[in-house]
Ligand binder design. Structure first.
Ligand SMILES: [Zn+2]
Length: 416
């Protein structure tokens, strides 16, 4: 079913391009990337929201490293037929740097349109969410169509560095309180056909293994204890133990298993003729929700103890980061079912609720008990040179959301 006429599609394409041209050239880089934050871009976007006829509310997080000493966050709501339900679209204003500019076909901070393609840093990640939300609101406002429930737009800062000043700050301030029952769509990852609805993530564990031996000259190994060899042995052993113990399988996730990968290897010594006394290897584990920090700590400590006592090396495992994924949004939640219905009706495809190993801001929402789906139509070009999206992707996402807000049983399902 097509909801948009050819004229409407043309009108939306023009608006999408003109909106991109307003904010993509206005950089929004975090102080960690040498930028001034999102203040300038937020000003442009807030002005646009106001000119569309939306009331906005700012909830800026203080950050003295950034322009105006703030990391801006903007909330806007278009009232629906019933206003005790709000469907939020969350988009982040910050981007990563352009990277190697010589690898770009077009200027990264210009907006180049070539047929269906739009190029520029941030057009997909996460300008696509911003443009989708604003174009959808404009479409409804221009036609005086009230959505079935409130349409909320949350434009946030600091996603690329950790969301402390962005969505994390909004949740800390209870910013979504007072809008009834809230549901969230986060267009920040997806698939080219728009069938992928991410409803769950894995717990993320980072740790490092420090193996201490005894440094000595390479010609007299008997006087030392080679931490590099022992480190290799220990990490291989640990790899086997982890893969033997963490055998859970859950089809909701892609991949459907817990992953444990040794990643970074720290430099040890400068020269070839010294036996290193210390060996450090970092690991990245993405755990199915049936495994938590406690389970892993137990396995790691036992392995380190056993290896230390049999070899004389001192093995220490340090957890360097842990992030709980929160409860998945159930695939039969009204938000997920209504989205699936809208996807089916507007594209004739079957949507697939799924879990991923990567971390998105949706985990912050789920941890607070809010239902959240990460979804958009994209080729996943984020962070790459020549980042692009396609106008047709945005149009179909707007159409799907329009269907969801206007036609699905979303309203009745939420109240049942
Ligand atoms: Zn993003």
């Amino acid at each position: 079913m097509k909801l948009l006429s050819e004229d409407e599609v043309e009108e939306l394409r023009n608006y999408i391009v003109s909106l991109y041209r307003k904010f993509i050239p206005v950089r929004a880089l975090a102080p960690e990337f040498g930028g001034e934050g999102e203040a300038d871009r937020a000003e442009v976007l807030e002005e646009e929201l106001v000119s569309l006829g939306l009331e906005t509310r700012r909830l800026d997080a203080p950050d003295e490293r950034a322009k105006n000493n703030v990391r801006p966050n903007i909330l806007a709501v278009l009232r629906g037929e019933r206003d005790d339900r709000t469907l939020w679209i969350v988009g982040h204003m910050d981007t990563v740097p352009a990277g190697d500019v010589s690898a770009w076909k077009y200027p990264p901070y210009g907006v180049t349109v070539e047929g269906d393609y739009v190029y520029g840093r941030g057009v997909e990640d996460d300008g696509q969410a911003i443009v989708t939300a604003l174009a959808l609101a404009k479409y409804l406002l221009d036609r005086d169509v009230k959505p079935s429930v409130n349409l909320g737009i949350a434009l946030v800062s600091d996603e690329e560095v950790g969301s402390r000043y962005g969505l994390g700050y909004l949740l800390e301030k209870n910013a979504f309180h007072g809008w009834g029952e809230n549901s969230f769509i986060v267009p920040d990852a997806g698939s080219p056909d728009g069938s992928k609805m991410i409803v769950a993530e894995k717990n993320i564990l980072h740790f490092k293994v420090i193996v201490r031996g005894r440094q000595t000259h390479a010609s007299t190994p008997h006087k030392g204890l080679n931490a590099h060899r022992l480190g290799m042995q220990f990490n291989i052993m640990l790899d086997e133990i982890l893969h033997e113990r963490l055998v859970g399988y859950d089809e909701l996730y892609e991949p459907p298993v817990t992953t444990c990968e040794p990643t970074k290897k720290e430099a040890n010594i400068e020269n070839t003729n010294t036996i290193p006394g210390v060996d450090v290897v970092h690991w990245d584990c993405r755990l199915l929700p049936s495994y938590g920090l406690k389970d892993l700590e137990g396995i790691l400590r036992t392995a380190a103890y056993a290896f230390s006592s049999s070899t004389g090396a001192r093995v220490e495992v340090q957890v360097t980061g842990y992030s709980d994924a929160g409860e998945p949004t159930p695939p039969n939640h009204p938000l997920v079912e209504s989205m699936a219905e809208a996807i089916r009706e507007t594209r004739s495809i079957k949507a697939k609720p799924m879990g991923i190993g990567g971390g998105t801001v949706a985990r912050l929402l789920r941890k607070k008990g809010y239902p959240a789906v990460v979804w958009m139509t994209c080729d996943e070009t984020a962070h790459q040179p020549n980042e692009y999206t396609r106008l047709s992707y945005l149009i179909s996402d707007i159409e799907t959301l329009l269907y969801m807000l206007a036609k699905t049983t979303f309203k009745s399902r939420l109240s049942s």
